[in-house]
Ligand binder design. Structure first.
Ligand SMILES: Nc1ncnc2c1ncn2[C@@H]1O[C@H](COP(=O)(O)OP(=O)(O)OP(=O)(O)O)[C@@H](O)[C@H]1O
Length: 248
């Protein structure tokens, strides 16, 4: 099992954001986490990556308990998150942003007195990652100049240099046009299958979930409402009731 979340609770000032969530993501699969706004999806991601410590419950990565581990330690085990990572690096070039992500991962950020591109190992890894996401021709452009679709590819490249076994994507298609969403689904699917990376992603676009996910977990008000193959979930009466009657 790539990831196992067991009975996780998390409250914010008395508000129960996660109320006993359990989840299993099998190695090599693509697993969607869906649910209306406020269902607890981002909170669960934060618990998995160590940004938040759960009040109760446990998180295991490949059989090892990682509950409450600091984020860099979780990252070094092979858990990466790609979510608007590139934005703070707007003034850098695309290549520099990925080199920096690699240096951050290898713990080299204290030696940043020389130009980023003069770290040969990090530069080689960054160029390889840019090739994988199809941005090699844009390596010298400023991050700020990239259209949204390319920015998302850059986010993925910045996650790939951490050599993840499990990648978390939080709404990877948000803000894209319908045509761009289709392209992004194909891109993510092909790239991650080729790399053998397990994927856990949140997404509001039902079509994309059906196209990409092997399994779907539905969260609603901090609890798991349903879990199954995408076709099963689509026909589930409890899921339909929650979505049609709720805020989705
Ligand atoms: N740091 C925090 N402090 C207080 N409340 C929070 C905090 N983080 C999340 N919450 C609350 O917890 C609930 C779950 O939020 P979360 O962001 O996990 O939902 P989500 O499923 O990711 O929603 P969305 O689809 O809108 O991203 C929400 O009601 C939110 O307001």
């Amino acid at each position: 099992m790539a990831l196992k979340v067991e009975g996780v609770y998390k409250s914010f000032q008395g508000f129960l954001a996660l109320g006993g969530v359990s989840l299993e993501v099998r190695e090599g699969t693509f697993h969607a986490l869906v649910g209306p706004n406020g269902a607890g999806k981002t909170t669960l991601f934060n618990v998995i990556t160590g940004r938040l410590v759960p009040d109760r419950g446990r998180v295991y990565f490949r059989g090892r308990e990682i509950t409450g581990w600091p984020t860099p330690k979780v990252a070094r085990l092979g858990v990466a998150i790609a979510f608007q990572r590139a934005q703070p690096f707007a003034s850098m070039t695309v290549l520099e942003a990925v080199v920096l992500a690699r240096l951050g991962y290898t713990g080299n950020t204290l030696k940043l007195l020389k130009p980023l591109v003069r770290f040969p190992e990090a530069r080689a890894k960054a160029e390889e990652a840019l090739g994988k996401v199809g941005l090699e021709a844009h390596a010298g452009r400023r991050v700020a100049e990239l259209p949204l679709g390319d920015l998302k590819r850059l986010d993925v490249a910045m996650a790939l240099v951490a050599e993840p076994r499990l990648l978390l994507l939080d709404e990877p298609l948000a803000g894209l046009s319908r045509a761009e969403r289709r392209r992004m689904v194909d891109f993510i699917g092909e790239l991650l299958r080729r790399e053998g990376v397990t994927l856990l992603f949140t997404e509001h676009d039902t079509e994309a979930v059906l196209a990409l996910a092997d399994r779907v977990t539905v969260l609603h008000q901090g609890q798991v409402l349903a879990e199954g193959a995408p076709e099963e979930i689509r026909g589930d009466p409890a899921v339909r009731a929650a979505f049609l009657g709720g805020s989705a």
